[in-house]
Design a protein around this ligand. Structure first.
Ligand SMILES: [Zn+2]
Length: 474
């Protein structure tokens, strides 16, 4: 044996029990009481929880947006992930018009490899062009390369119309792939943006107003209807509103394989941040501009309820950080002309905060630790076809393990204890009860409770199996 984690409480999606975990050659080799050390390095986990590393199914490392590129790349971004107990990320890479998907994937795998991720990673392909049969067949080609998850956008200029969405869904069902959707009503969003700008409303609040609950909820309902029409499963990314939660709940109750992801920011912040920001920790309204924006309290309550009842299947971050100076483009654009809420790069940091935040909420009793593990590790591994190696403390799985100290108090301070390349975080000042004290990737220590101690380039591309769901089985 190489590593023996002794005396901790193992938390799975279903149960918790005290046992030792032994690791050999990067994999979990044995689980049981009083396992022999056998020359292994022994870690005393008495009083601690032993959890599977989280899988963040939604990151945007090194993503071009609004005239810049998100600040974290595959190296700094995965360091941040590792130091927050996330041991696999799924990064979005979006196809340009006319670009074959397989070419996109080849390029992005090469980029990732060069940047040197420190934990394992996979990709979702953002569908930008499926206007011809040949382009649609790109899905088959990237699937051969190990990617079975796709995402369509109902908004933005590169988004798909309902016909392209439908054809993507039906083709995904044929080949055994999962389609995720960013659901917002594009036409109403555009109309509202123009209306507010014409009226002279330029503040970040109008980012929320033009992407409000109804703009998201209508698209959630329509996306679900399209999946029903196509007879396929569907994964709604960053679900953020009560109408959407109800639509997912209803469809699942009818037996449709509809899955939803939400993000910590929708569980913690409300739209109020777009009025004043959080001046007590130096955050301005523009620092919270992400898409979709935070919503009202009613939606936040619905999301928490959705997690408890199993309507929301996964938690992911939508990590896409930009510098404060770039966030200021909402006041003065890069070219020196006056900016507005549409000229702020969309996105916030979060990859380091997801697991500590949800585990802290579990520690405070809002949900169980099992539920936190289920939505952060177990379910994303299943949904994205990597449960053959990830998402649980089980013999044969990769030794991606978090040792969690429920008694360690932690206050998020970007300058002191965060590890990405960003100059601020919306999570600044948030107090957590409990924190990871050791994180392992393939049995190698990557976070020692304070610092990143892993290796550049140690992370490898994880291939996804084919994905097929007939029912909302989890
Ligand atoms: Zn996103």
């Amino acid at each position: 044996m190489d590593l023996l984690i002794k005396g901790g409480t193992i938390v799975t999606a279903k149960t918790s029990f005290q046992a030792d975990v032994a690791v050999k050659d990067g994999k979990i080799a044995a689980i049981g009481a009083d396992l022999p050390a056998d020359g292994a390095e022994v870690v005393d986990a008495t009083g601690k929880l032993v959890l599977p590393g989280a899988l963040d199914g939604h990151t945007h490392m090194y993503m071009p947006f609004g005239g810049t590129i998100s600040t974290d790349d595959y190296y700094d971004g995965t360091i941040a992930a590792a130091c927050g107990g996330t041991t696999t990320i799924f990064n979005f890479e979006t196809q340009a018009i006319g670009q074959p998907m397989e070419q996109l994937v080849e390029e992005k795998l090469e980029t990732a490899d060069k940047q040197g991720p420190v934990i394992d990673y996979s990709l979702h392909v953002g569908v930008g062009d499926v206007t011809t049969k040949e382009m649609l067949k790109g899905m088959d080609k990237v699937q051969e390369m190990g990617i079975s998850s796709f995402k369509v956008f109902m908004v933005y200029d590169f988004g798909v119309d309902d016909g392209q969405f439908y054809s993507t869904l039906t083709h995904a069902a044929e080949i055994g792939a999962l389609v995720g959707v960013h659901a917002e009503n594009n036409d109403v969003n555009k109309f509202l943006v123009n209306k507010y700008l014409e009226e002279g409303h330029v503040e970040p609040w109008y980012h929320y107003m033009s992407k409000n609950e109804a703009v998201a909820g209508e698209a959630d309902v329509r996306a679900i209807n399209l999946a029903k029409m196509a007879g396929t499963s569907l994964y709604i990314v960053h679900l953020d509103n009560a109408q959407g939660v109800k639509a997912v709940a209803d469809a699942r109750a009818e037996g449709y394989p509809i899955f939803a992801e939400t993000c910590p920011q929708y569980l913690y912040f409300t739209k109020d941040v777009y009025k004043d920001g959080k001046p007590e920790v130096g955050l301005r309204p523009q620092d919270f501009v992400c898409s979709p924006p935070m919503k009202g309290q009613e939606s936040q309550d619905a999301l928490w309820n959705g997690i408890r009842t199993g309507v929301v299947s996964t938690l992911a971050t939508d990590h896409c950080p930009f510098l404060k100076s770039e966030k200021d483009w909402g006041i003065t654009k890069k070219d020196g002309t006056p900016g507005n809420f549409t000229t702020i790069p969309n996105g916030c940091a979060g990859v380091e905060n997801m697991y500590p935040y949800i585990l802290s909420e579990a520690n405070k009793g809002r949900i169980t630790f099992n539920k936190a593990v289920e939505i952060s590790a177990y379910n994303p591994a299943k949904l994205f076809g990597v449960d053959y190696c990830k998402g649980a403390i089980e013999i044969g799985k990769d030794a991606d393990i978090v040792v969690y100290d429920p008694n360690k108090d932690f206050t998020i301070k970007n300058a002191e204890n965060q590890h990405g390349s960003i100059d601020h975080t919306v999570w600044e000042g948030v107090e957590l009860k409990g924190y990871p004290c050791a994180v392992y990737s393939h049995g190698n220590l990557v976070f020692d409770g304070k610092d990143f101690v892993g290796k550049k380039g140690a992370g490898k591309f994880v291939k996804q199996n084919h994905i097929h769901f007939d029912t909302p089985e989890f």
